[in-house]
Write a protein that binds this ligand. Structure first.
Ligand SMILES: Cc1cc2nc3c(=O)[nH]c(=O)nc-3n(C[C@H](O)[C@H](O)[C@H](O)COP(=O)(O)O)c2cc1C
Length: 174
C-alpha cells in the first residue's frame, strides 16, 4: 500500500523554485503535482512539511514550477536529495526573471509555470500547496510536448523519458 502512488507514475520531475529571505533562489524536486482547475488555472503540489520549500512558499506567497529534461538529471538529484536548510542550492541552476512573480525561473528548463499561493491544506503527512497559475510558457511544446522529452520520475532512483507518442485517429463517421 505504501507504494500505491507509483502505480500512477511516471510524472514530470518538476523543479519547484522559491525565494529565500536573502533573495537567493532554492529549488526542490516534486513529482506529486497535478492541475486542479483550468478556469481559473490552479495547480496543486504535495510537499512534506519539513521541506524548506514548504516554509518559503508560505512566507513569499509564490513559487515557480520548472520542467527539466534529461540533461538536468544530476542537478535534479541534488535538488531532490539535499535541503536548502543545510546546503546552498542557489547556484545549482541558471536562472531568469519570472514574468509575473519575483521568484525566478530556471533558464534552461523546457517549461515554466509561475504561481502565486492560493492556499495550503494539510493532508495526511503532506501539505497540499495550491498555486494560481499567473504565467506558463515552454519550448518544444505545441499543444503537447514534442521534443525533447520532460524528465519523468518512475519512483526511487528510476527515471524515464517519453518514447513513442501515440496519436488517436478518430475514424468514426461523423
Ligand atoms: C524525483 C523526486 C521527486 C520528489 N518529489 C517530492 C514531492 O512531490 N514532494 C515532496 O515533498 N518531496 C519530494 N521530493 C523530495 C524533495 O525534493 C527533497 O526532500 C528536497 O531536498 C527538499 O528540498 P528543500 O528542503 O530545499 O525544500 C522528491 C525528490 C525527488 C528526487
Amino acid at each position: 500500500m505504501d507504494l500505491y502512488h507509483r502505480l500512477l507514475s511516471p510524472r514530470v520531475a518538476a523543479l519547484i523554485v522559491t525565494l529565500r529571505e536573502n533573495g537567493l533562489p532554492n529549488a526542490m524536486v516534486a513529482a506529486w503535482h497535478t492541475p486542479v482547475s483550468i478556469k481559473p488555472p490552479i495547480l496543486a503540489v504535495s510537499i512534506a512539511p519539513g521541506r524548506l520549500t514548504r516554509r518559503l512558499i508560505q512566507s513569499a506567497g509564490e513559487f515557480t514550477v520548472n520542467v527539466p529534461d534529461a540533461s538536468l538529471i544530476k542537478e535534479v538529484r541534488i535538488a531532490g536529495s539535499r535541503s536548502g536548510a543545510s546546503y546552498d542550492k542557489s547556484r545549482l541552476f541558471r536562472y531568469a526573471s519570472g514574468l509575473r512573480v519575483r521568484t525566478p525561473v530556471i533558464k534552461n528548463a523546457l517549461g515554466c509555470i509561475e504561481c502565486t499561493l492560493n492556499r495550503i491544506l494539510e493532508m495526511g503527512d503532506h501539505s497540499v500547496v495550491f498555486g494560481n497559475v499567473v504565467a506558463a510558457y515552454a519550448k518544444g511544446f505545441r499543444d503537447v510536448w514534442i521534443s525533447p522529452s520532460p524528465l519523468l520520475h518512475l519512483g526511487s532512483d528510476y527515471y524515464t523519458t517519453m518514447g513513442r507518442r501515440l496519436e488517436l485517429k478518430n475514424d468514426e463517421p461523423k
